[in-house]
Design a protein around this ligand. Structure first.
Ligand SMILES: CC(C)(COP(=O)(O)OP(=O)(O)OC[C@H]1O[C@@H](n2cnc3c(N)ncnc32)[C@H](O)[C@@H]1OP(=O)(O)O)[C@@H](O)C(=O)NCCC(=O)NCCS
Length: 167
């Protein structure tokens, strides 16, 4: 059964702030595609969700973690959505779209660009992101593992410097 619009809107999205939640996120990540194919262990996943240079947000329902989001606001691509994960029991009910929207609101407060990568074999996620307005801007071949690319996606509301001034 899917979440109703009202339930989806009520699900709280809050910063990750506890070690048990970090471990649950890492466990979920390490046991799901695309990270199984990408060879991500529980320990690596845990170090990613604990990375203090990232912002991690959780969506919860009455059963626990329904999904999480990792956003990077520093480095070459400011406004990079590093991870979107929805628990298998909650997928295809609009929650992934809601978390991406949450990330976009966060990023657009400081930058007009939102970046993310999707693995070349993750056709479902790529379909979703293209539906949400993301365009392919590059392909990083053999980037995380041999034989698969990471597809770089971007959504923008305008140039960083604003419109050019003509005299
Ligand atoms: C991709 C994902 C975040 C989407 O969240 P969601 O709540 O299922 O998404 P929504 O309900 O808003 O949208 C549904 C769309 O998500 C995509 N999707 C659904 N299940 C998916 C899955 N298991 N893997 C990849 N994409 C999936 C499809 O495009 C689907 O649209 P469709 O019904 O027309 O095929 C979620 O399915 C997930 O966590 N998948 C596993 C991890 C993953 O691939 N994360 C993205 C890494 S870039």
């Amino acid at each position: 059964m899917g979440f109703s619009e009202a339930t989806r809107a009520r699900l709280s999205v809050t910063p990750l702030d506890s070690e048990p939640d970090a471990r649950e996120c890492a466990q979920l990540m390490a046991s799901s595609e695309p990270w199984i194919t990408l060879g991500r262990s529980f320990e690596t996943a845990l170090s990613i969700v604990r990375d203090p240079s990232r912002e991690v947000y959780l969506a919860r329902d009455e059963s626990g973690v329904a999904g999480f989001l990792i956003v990077c606001m520093t480095g070459a691509f400011v406004g990079y959505i590093q991870t979107v994960f929805i628990a298998p029991r909650c997928r295809s009910q609009g929650l992934g779209s809601r978390l991406v929207e949450f990330a976009e609101e966060r990023i657009l407060r400081v930058s007009p660009n939102i970046f993310m990568c999707v693995s070349s074999f993750n056709h479902g996620a790529r379909r979703l992101y293209e539906r949400l307005g993301y365009s392919v801007v590059g392909e990083l071949t053999d980037y995380l593992v041999q034989g698969h690319s990471e597809i770089l996606l971007r959504k923008t509301i305008g140039p960083i410097m604003g419109p050019a001034v003509t005299r």
